[in-house]
Design a protein around this ligand. Structure first.
Ligand SMILES: [Mn+2]
Length: 370
């Protein structure tokens, strides 16, 4: 009893510390943005709800504390049906980066990513960011950013923005609160994954403001027929190698499908790893999901892709890569085979052939004990 109570007291002390530190960070941010006129806030490519919510919150903060007009821009596409539904139902103002002229801005910010991460479309060589807010592991390059608020202890960048809004005494609109709420909810899988007390308290702060009926519609979006075709094909092509299930998704109509299907496949009983890959505009998209202790999905994928053209990264239980494919079908096919084989070997799986899902079903039967 005493111990639990003591733990709770420590938690509330930490919450107070975070509040004070958020105020300090806000003062620092105010100093950095002073004198600037127009800001360009860039999310990572193919932005997810956490990236979008964070960017829009930062836009509001720039407007309120610095009287700076800000534009939120992203590279890639918003592919996942949930995310497209979120944008359209909430009418969130974000712009493809190709539609903006960076020369017209004098302040640059990255959210939910960092310089040199390789997964965003801000031309760093010409427009080095002055502001970075992220929850991925710290990158050296962020040391050269005037205001870098990077906290890998948070499950979502939205949490850092909720703390900043609170420090600035700005109440988000119901639409923004809904986006931030969904950002935390989706990045932490309903607070089950990588969620800290800070995430929980931001989540609870947003709870009464968020439009949860709307979020229910977002989480159950209308899906095109080609989605079901692709998922069906993904299941048919799946191969199980010990406790890893992988699937070659072929040609994708949206790059985010690799992540979505990897998440589904990880639900196959007995699996600790899932890996999916598919091509979109001559690039290979790879997603890895992992569960259980001592998983290092991000590190493993990062090492394997180290010498290749593209980008890779992630956390312990989820990781992704985008790689340039060599020219020619034969070379591209070999490239994928080699990458898969190297991944399997790297995590200690020597069965490179694997078995299909239907073969597993036949072997185990309906009432066979597992
Ligand atoms: Mn995030």
């Amino acid at each position: 009893m005493d111990k639990a109570w003591g733990g709770r007291r420590d938690q509330s002390l930490r919450a107070i510390e975070r509040r004070l530190s958020a105020r300090g960070k806000l003062d620092h941010l105010r100093g950095v943005i002073r004198g600037h006129k127009r800001a360009l806030i860039v999310t990572h490519d193919n932005p997810d709800p956490d990236a979008v919510g964070s960017a829009l919150a930062l836009r509001l903060i720039f407007e309120r504390i610095g009287a700076i007009n800000a534009t939120v821009a992203y590279g890639g596409a918003v592919g996942r049906a949930e995310n497209r539904t979120l944008l359209s139902l909430l009418k969130l103002p974000i712009t493809p980066i190709d539609a903006v002229r960076p020369e017209a801005f004098d302040l640059f910010a990255l959210v939910d990513t960092q310089p040199t991460a390789g997964n965003h479309s801000l031309n760093e060589a010409r427009f080095w960011p002055q502001v970075v807010i992220d929850h991925h592991p710290w990158r050296e390059a962020s040391g050269r950013v005037a205001h870098a608020d990077v906290d890998p202890g948070c499950g979502a960048a939205s949490t850092l923005l909720v703390e900043a809004l609170t420090a600035a005494d700005i109440e988000p609109s119901p639409r923004l609160a809904t986006a931030l709420f969904y950002g935390i909810k989706s990045d932490t899988h309903d607070l089950a994954d990588r969620a800290s007390m800070a995430d929980l308290s931001a989540y609870m702060q947003l709870f009464p403001l968020a439009d949860r009926a709307l979020l229910h519609r977002v989480e159950h979006p209308a899906l095109p027929a080609r989605y079901f075709q692709l998922v069906g094909q993904a299941y048919q092509r799946s191969r199980v190698h010990r406790d890893l299930v992988e699937s070659n998704l072929g040609e994708l109509y949206s790059p985010e499908l690799t992540a979505e299907i990897a998440e589904q496949l990880l639900m196959l009983e007995g699996m600790r790893w899932s890996l999916t890959y598919g091509t979109f505009r001559r690039q290979l998209f790879v997603s890895v999901r992992a569960q259980g202790p001592r998983r290092h999905a991000g590190r493993v994928l990062g090492e394997l892709c180290g010498g290749l053209e593209g980008s890779a990264g992630g956390h312990a239980t989820m990781a992704g890569a985008r790689l340039n494919l060599p020219a020619g079908d034969e070379a591209a096919w070999r490239f994928k085979q080699v990458l898969l084989a190297r991944f399997l070997k790297r995590i200690g799986i020597h069965d490179l052939v694997g078995v299909s899902l239907s073969a597993i079903g036949r072997v185990r039967g309906v009432d066979a004990p597992f």
